[in-house]
Design a protein around this ligand. Structure first.
Ligand SMILES: [Zn+2]
Length: 194
């Protein structure tokens, strides 16, 4: 079950500090001024699906039990590292790790966006922008284009996360080409049958 409208932890909590960085990044990268409350709300509403909304909520609270989470458990510290050798954080998984096909996926997203969809430059997601995904407002772009950016980015994030989990828990490594094919299919499904 997906829980919505959950606690937001105001004040000086680590989550709130994280959200302040999200707000700052949204301003620096897109020129949009927003509030932390708005960021929470927009991640729960609009074009973000319940599945991604739930993922973003956990991401904002740092609740995903990935590598660094195991540093808290005695005897399990060796699980903190990704197979590529780096400490496994959500930033590592979604942006940096070469094993989850993130590089290929983000390159594909940029190319499609710049050459076929918007013909304007792609806003490269950072972990902060991903946390504030629902609040991204591309400069001087129509609403449909903005929504397309959010929906497509959500799909790419989900794909990378799925590839990572398959690799880790099902020992199934999906190479670059089939991974891009899966992403294309997911993006097509999102737009409905044409
Ligand atoms: Zn890695």
């Amino acid at each position: 079950m997906i829980l919505r409208h959950r606690e937001r932890q105001p004040g000086n909590s680590p989550t709130n500090k994280r959200m302040k960085n999200v707000r700052k990044e949204l301003f620096q990268k897109t020129g949009t001024y927003t509030t932390i409350n708005e960021i929470w709300t927009k991640n729960e509403k609009g074009v973000i699906s319940p599945k991604i909304s739930d993922f973003l909520w956990k991401l904002c609270h740092n609740k995903h039990k990935v590598g660094t989470w195991f540093l808290r458990i005695k005897g399990w510290e060796d699980r903190a590292h990704c197979k590529c050798g780096k400490l496994e954080t959500m930033n590592h998984i979604l942006i940096e790790c070469p094993l989850n096909q993130g590089r290929a996926i983000w390159n594909y997203m940029k190319e499609e966006w710049e050459q076929n969809l918007s013909k304007t430059s792609w806003l490269k997601p950072t972990i902060e922008l991903i946390r504030g995904l629902g609040s991204i407002q591309l400069k001087n772009k129509p609403r449909w284009m903005n929504e397309a950016y959010i929906e497509r980015t959500a799909e790419a994030i989900w794909m990378i996360w799925t590839l990572r989990n398959n690799r880790l828990f099902n020992k199934k490594v999906i190479p670059e080409r089939p991974a891009i094919k899966m992403l294309k299919e997911a993006l097509r499904r999102q737009n409905g049958p044409i």
